[in-house]
Design a protein around this ligand. Sequence first.
Ligand code: HEM
Length: 68
Amino acid sequence: MLRKQVGPGFAQIAERYRNDAAAPSRLAGKIQGGSVGTWGRVIMPRQSRVTDEEAKALAGWVLSQPQP
Ligand code: HEM
Protein backbone atom coordinates (compact mmCIF):
# COMPACT_ATOMS: atom_id res chain seq x y z
CA MET A 1 0.00 0.00 0.00
CA LEU A 2 1.29 3.46 -0.86
CA ARG A 3 0.87 6.02 1.86
CA LYS A 4 2.71 8.96 3.34
CA GLN A 5 5.31 8.06 6.00
CA VAL A 6 7.64 10.91 6.99
CA GLY A 7 7.14 12.59 3.66
CA PRO A 8 5.33 11.65 0.49
CA GLY A 9 6.68 8.80 -1.60
CA PHE A 10 8.34 9.77 -4.85
CA ALA A 11 5.65 7.88 -6.79
CA GLN A 12 2.98 9.92 -5.00
CA ILE A 13 4.78 13.15 -5.87
CA ALA A 14 5.14 12.10 -9.52
CA GLU A 15 1.43 11.24 -9.62
CA ARG A 16 0.33 14.59 -8.16
CA TYR A 17 2.39 16.68 -10.60
CA ARG A 18 2.09 14.48 -13.69
CA ASN A 19 0.38 17.22 -15.74
CA ASP A 20 2.05 20.21 -14.13
CA ALA A 21 4.56 21.76 -16.53
CA ALA A 22 5.94 24.05 -13.84
CA ALA A 23 6.63 21.18 -11.42
CA PRO A 24 10.28 20.43 -12.35
CA SER A 25 11.60 23.90 -11.52
CA ARG A 26 9.31 24.39 -8.52
CA LEU A 27 10.29 21.07 -6.96
CA ALA A 28 13.98 21.69 -7.66
CA GLY A 29 13.60 24.86 -5.58
CA LYS A 30 11.92 22.92 -2.79
CA ILE A 31 14.62 20.26 -2.76
CA GLN A 32 17.17 23.00 -2.12
CA GLY A 33 15.08 25.25 0.09
CA GLY A 34 12.98 22.73 2.00
CA SER A 35 9.22 22.45 2.10
CA VAL A 36 6.32 22.30 4.53
CA GLY A 37 2.55 22.47 4.24
CA THR A 38 2.08 20.94 0.81
CA TRP A 39 1.56 17.38 2.07
CA GLY A 40 1.22 17.94 5.79
CA ARG A 41 2.83 19.60 8.78
CA VAL A 42 6.15 17.73 8.69
CA ILE A 43 9.08 19.75 7.37
CA MET A 44 11.38 18.58 4.62
CA PRO A 45 14.72 20.13 5.59
CA ARG A 46 16.56 22.36 3.14
CA GLN A 47 19.73 21.07 1.48
CA SER A 48 21.90 24.08 0.91
CA ARG A 49 24.80 22.08 -0.49
CA VAL A 50 22.71 20.73 -3.37
CA THR A 51 23.53 22.81 -6.46
CA ASP A 52 20.94 24.15 -8.92
CA GLU A 53 21.97 21.53 -11.42
CA GLU A 54 21.76 18.68 -8.88
CA ALA A 55 18.36 19.89 -7.67
CA LYS A 56 17.06 19.89 -11.25
CA ALA A 57 18.33 16.34 -11.78
CA LEU A 58 16.76 15.17 -8.49
CA ALA A 59 13.41 16.78 -9.35
CA GLY A 60 13.46 15.12 -12.76
CA TRP A 61 14.24 11.78 -11.16
CA VAL A 62 11.42 12.09 -8.62
CA LEU A 63 8.95 13.11 -11.32
CA SER A 64 10.00 10.23 -13.58
CA GLN A 65 8.70 7.59 -11.15
CA PRO A 66 6.30 5.24 -12.88
CA GLN A 67 2.62 5.26 -12.04
CA PRO A 68 1.98 3.15 -8.90
C1 HEM B 1 16.98 12.68 -2.23
C2 HEM B 1 16.34 13.24 -1.19
C3 HEM B 1 15.01 13.90 -1.30
C4 HEM B 1 14.35 14.38 -2.40
C5 HEM B 1 14.81 14.41 -3.85
C6 HEM B 1 13.07 14.89 -1.93
C7 HEM B 1 12.09 15.45 -2.74
C8 HEM B 1 10.86 15.91 -2.31
C9 HEM B 1 9.85 16.51 -3.14
C10 HEM B 1 9.98 16.76 -4.65
C11 HEM B 1 8.79 16.81 -2.36
C12 HEM B 1 7.44 17.41 -2.81
C13 HEM B 1 7.27 18.88 -2.44
C14 HEM B 1 5.95 19.43 -2.96
O1 HEM B 1 5.02 18.67 -3.28
O2 HEM B 1 5.83 20.68 -3.09
C15 HEM B 1 9.11 16.39 -1.00
C16 HEM B 1 8.29 16.53 0.11
C17 HEM B 1 8.63 16.18 1.41
N1 HEM B 1 9.80 15.58 1.82
FE1 HEM B 1 11.39 15.19 0.62
N2 HEM B 1 12.98 14.71 -0.57
C18 HEM B 1 14.14 14.12 -0.15
C19 HEM B 1 14.47 13.78 1.14
C20 HEM B 1 13.68 13.96 2.24
C21 HEM B 1 14.08 13.66 3.60
C22 HEM B 1 15.43 13.10 4.01
C23 HEM B 1 13.01 13.97 4.40
C24 HEM B 1 12.87 13.86 5.87
C25 HEM B 1 13.83 14.12 6.74
C26 HEM B 1 11.98 14.47 3.54
C27 HEM B 1 10.75 14.86 3.98
C28 HEM B 1 9.76 15.40 3.18
C29 HEM B 1 8.50 15.92 3.70
C30 HEM B 1 8.04 15.92 5.14
C31 HEM B 1 7.79 16.41 2.58
C32 HEM B 1 6.43 17.10 2.58
C33 HEM B 1 6.68 18.59 2.69
C34 HEM B 1 5.44 19.44 2.51
O3 HEM B 1 4.38 19.06 3.00
O4 HEM B 1 5.54 20.52 1.88
N3 HEM B 1 12.41 14.46 2.24
N4 HEM B 1 10.38 15.85 -1.00
